[in-house]
Design a protein around this ligand. Sequence first.
Ligand SMILES: [Zn+2]
Ligand SMILES: [Zn+2]
Length: 330
Amino acid sequence: MLLVNLSQNAHPEYRYLSRTLIEHIDTCLKQWQKTILYINKRGSHSSLVCTDCNHLFGCPACDHALSIHTHPPKLLCHICGHHENIPLTCSACHGTNLLQVGVGTQQLEQQISFLFPQAQVFRFDFDQMKQKKQKSEAIAHLHSADIIIGTKMITTGFDFKKVGLIGVILLEQELQIPVYNTEEKVYQNIKQLLGRWDRPDTETEVIIQTYIPENPIIDHICNANYKSFFQYTLKERKEFYYPPFCEIAWVEYRHLNEERARDFIARIYEKLQHEDTEKAYRIDRSLSPIKRYHQYHFHIMIRGENIRQFLGSIKDEILRNKGLIVKFGE
Ligand SMILES: [Zn+2]
Ligand SMILES: [Zn+2]
């Protein structure tokens, strides 16, 4: 397994393709072997930013960056489906220096096809499957392709022959999501991807590209050491008090009116704090909402023991208010 630091090794024009990866793809093609390029699902599209004022083009109905799609060209919200034409000027400052950030499957497909015009490149992701409609047709393409570019969908259910190279385009793309078990999910996805080919009896080369080679998760993946990773995450979870060292639940309230949602969740938060007479729980609330489908979502995170019983104190509120729901974590 090769770990490539993109900040030292990137192609001058394509920031997410290292010279090392390009050389290895070339070798694979010459030896009639398949290459699989993996992009973490959640960050699989790039977004548009104005470099004059740093305005990020987001969805008007959700707190979510719009993703650039090239076929047909448009900006699309992956949460609510809102779409608009790709602008030529910034809506905030009218500047014209707009930049695509992040790497998406479509952009990668274009770049790889440009670098290797002789190769059969096949992109396998959710958008592509929707277009093809016929899954079987897509799978036939997969087996004849020289280079497959895919999201998490390719990590399960396929047994490709003659895989010479697996490239993880940008390991940290998924690490930026602020959820406490993100690192574990990234680790699982990568292990699932590599587990299929990275066996002692196969010759498959694995290249992991990253801008943060010092992140501990990378060391655990490269050394294929589940035990050390498990101990590392368990230690972190204990230190910051997360499952399995406690139970976890989220109380969520959503409303079209932001102020109303904020006031309501504040009242529930105070009520819960008041009920927690023995200070047995850790109760945290979000001060800024997440916007989805024009609605404002506020959260209270509760950690402790016997949370279900504790939440009995707001049972009436839950029954009375449609927008108030409880989600339990692992
Ligand atoms: Zn949206
Ligand atoms: Zn601007």
